[in-house]
Structures are given as C-alpha cells and as structure tokens.
Design a protein. Structure first.
Length: 116
C-alpha cells in the first residue's frame, strides 16, 4: 500500500487544487442575469439553423488538413528513434516527405487550394 502513497498524494493535491480554483472563481465572478437563454454564440441571436450545411469546399479543406496533419503521427516516433536507426531512417523520412510534397503539388495543380 505504501507504493501507492505518492500517487494518492498527487490525486489529493489535484482534487484540492481543482476545488480551490472552483471556489476562487465562484467568489470573484460577476453576478449578472444572463443575456439570453440561448446556449449558442455567447448569447447572441441565432441567424441560422444548428444543422445548416457547410459549403462543399470546407470538406476538401478538412480532408487536406487531416491528410497532411497525419504526417506528424509518423514523424514524432521517427524523431525518437532516428539516432538509433541511422542514415536509412533519414532516407525513409525524406522519401515520405517527398510523397507528401508530391501530394501538395497535385492538390495545388487541381485547384484544391483556390477559394474561388
């Protein structure tokens, strides 16, 4: 049981910190009546339906972001082991980045980055 002592102490400190900050925030907040009962746009009047559709170009931008953001998923572990693996790991990463650059050039050529 003594092995769990530091972990339980850390949980106790975290709970005390959260409760203390909650008590502090409730003590210093402004007490005003809410502007509206709308839980959207910080109380501003809603101008469109909640399930309104987005323009189709946003789906392409989202897919491009996800495709190029996933490169970080592969680059982070590579950074951790590149010193152990040596030059072959560097060559593989540059080949991977070359494929990504080719994808950017293709998307650019097809007009995926144009807004008009």
């Amino acid at each position: 049981m003594e092995a769990f002592g530091p972990a339980l102490a850390l949980v106790g400190v975290a709970v005390a910190l959260v409760l203390g900050l909650y008590a502090l925030s409730s003590g210093v907040r402004l007490r005003r009546a809410p502007v509206t009962v709308e839980p959207f746009l910080s109380g501003a009047a809603v101008t469109e339906h909640a399930v309104s559709r987005y323009h189709v170009r946003w789906y392409a931008v989202t897919l491009l972001f996800l495709a190029f953001d996933m490169e970080m998923v592969f680059m982070y572990p590579w950074v951790l082991v590149v010193a152990d693996k040596g030059a072959p790991a560097v060559v593989e990463m540059f080949a991977f980045l070359a494929v990504l650059v080719a994808a950017v050039v293709y998307a650019w050529r097809e007009g995926a980055f144009r807004w008009t």
